[in-house]
Design a protein around this ligand. Sequence first.
Ligand code: SF4
Length: 178
Amino acid sequence: MTIKRQLEDKRRLFGIHEYAFAKTSDLLFSMGTRLLCEGNQCGHYGATWACPPAVGSYNSCVAKCRSYENVCLLSTVTDLKGQYDFRGWHRARIFHEAATAKSARLFRAHYPGALVLSTEGCILCDQCTYPDAPCRYPDQIFPSVEGYGIVVMDLASKTGLSYNNGPETVTYFSFVLF
Ligand code: SF4
């Protein structure tokens, strides 16, 4: 069975809202996206192995992505109880990372070297070891897609995926390159 068929079969079980396949040549990279990371509004810059500068230079991230041929973009959507529903935002992150991990296992059964990128740092440990000791789970982390300089909205738009799913919802994206 093809990976597309398998993903479609598992989509609801994994909690994926939408997904699309594209070529990595469709990816738009921007140094500006990377510079937003360095602005550190999220607080993850220089705080985890999944974010810059630990993920490598902008050019090395672009080159790594370009070394793959295909990309699958997938999204999750979680309802929030208002703009300041911080528990809801956290719940959304956990839900999205779980969906990403399930998808990663599916892809890596076919493509062991698949690169899986997700959003906003890493939530696997209460306290990240960065930079004092190696990552505890290097095979399980999903580096930040923004840290790799990818313009998420561009591929979402090209593939017809909804970037915004309405007020009082949060939409997260992951990228699987294979
Ligand atoms: S798995 Fe743990 S040590 Fe590794 S990047 Fe994530 S939080 Fe840091």
